[in-house]
Design a protein around this ligand. Sequence first.
Ligand SMILES: [Zn+2]
Length: 195
Amino acid sequence: MASCHTCMKVSDASHHVCERCGSALHARKEKSIERTIAYGIAGILAFIPANLLPIMVVTQLGVNENSTIIGGVATFWQMHAYPVAVIIFIASVMIPGLKFVAIAVLTAAATGHLKMDARRANKIYWLTELVGRWSMVDVFVVAILVGLIQMGNLMTIRPGGAAIAFGLMVILTMLSAHSFDPRLIWDRLRENEKL
Ligand SMILES: [Zn+2]
């Protein structure tokens, strides 16, 4: 059986179009693995400028100072703002990194390149989806900082190019995780059992 992506009507998977609304029926997400990999690679590419370009530009007494994500973490650490430093590091370096690894592991498991227990693979998928929602925290931190420090005329903070690259990376990794069809893990398990 396959459920229609548009109206949710469940029909026999041998039908190619939904009887009720005429949308195309798929038992599995179309080209799931290809799209997951393509968005994943694009996300990794966006991750590079996100870390190399300045995430914020601080202008103090007419002097511009650029700060990358890691530079920002180091600055907050030196200012003894440890929780802020830790939050930014987790949200902008650790979580995206772990997400790329998780997506790579899932695609490897679903294509049979990696032997993995299906239950564990499903747990990784669930974690990837859960964690994705929190990866924009970094952008919020910059937004809050901009709001806080904009008040004085002596010092201004503007978001830098990395903010755009970072947002792009978050969207691309979300698309990548969303393209992945977790049912492929169970399909692979069934195939392995047949062997
Ligand atoms: Zn339908």
